[in-house]
Design a protein around this ligand. Sequence first.
Ligand code: SAM
Length: 248
Amino acid sequence: MKIDVVTLFPEMFDGPLGHSIVKRAIEKDIVEVNRVNFRQFGKGKHHQVDDTPYGGGAGMLLKPEPLFDAMDSINEREPETKKRVILMDPAGKPFNQAMAEEFSKEEHLVFLCGHYEGYDERIRSIVTDEVSLGDYVLTGGELAAMVMIDATVRLLPEVLGNVASAQTDSHSSGLLEHPHYTRPAEYKGMKVPDVLMNGNHGLIEEWRHKESLKRTFDRRPDMLASYALSDQDKKLIAEWEREAEETE
Ligand code: SAM
């Protein structure tokens, strides 16, 4: 996969791209990440990239030309790839695991990072997706792009040592993930559930599924509406609902 990030602050990506799993994916050539500083396409002696808004108002806006020129430079460098051009936008579609899975199947992702008060509206004519990290406003699109790159790259084939670990992650299976334990078996009086230590894989799977369901029921009941519940799941949920009513 190829990724281009169009940004005024390419150094911000040193941390996330230079450590751990994403770093290894780059070293193994599973993903190539280019940072394009669109300041180089700025106008005039000072490479101006922003200007005041027509009609007045607070803040500076990113001008269209440097962003269009940055995109042209990517198209010239990579004329053949099919690109998904993703605008970082607090007014965009909220990012989620399903989107990360979709992005991980693409050939070439281009992330456009806004800054200041935002960008000239005409930039939207070259984007395929407008995506938000969440319902809050960041100073720039860089942190949002880093999160999206991280969530996408870990899903690429051969990036994670254990593929199954991504499949059972919270939000991948449609449920939140079950609790995990490692050694020691007892710590400060807190014991690891017996079922995890008896080696019976059928029982362990059953326990994990039930814990996943319970955690989702307790913390994110909205997710259950789109999960294919088995008859046994429905019985458990009815039981927990009764218990919750009794304690009210
Ligand atoms: N005035 C803009 C608005 O109200 O929509 C916010 C501009 S924000 C200060 C600057 C840039 O940061 C945005 O253009 C966008 O690229 C990025 N940004 C801010 N919050 C974001 C979020 N929640 N998700 C994705 N990008 C965000």
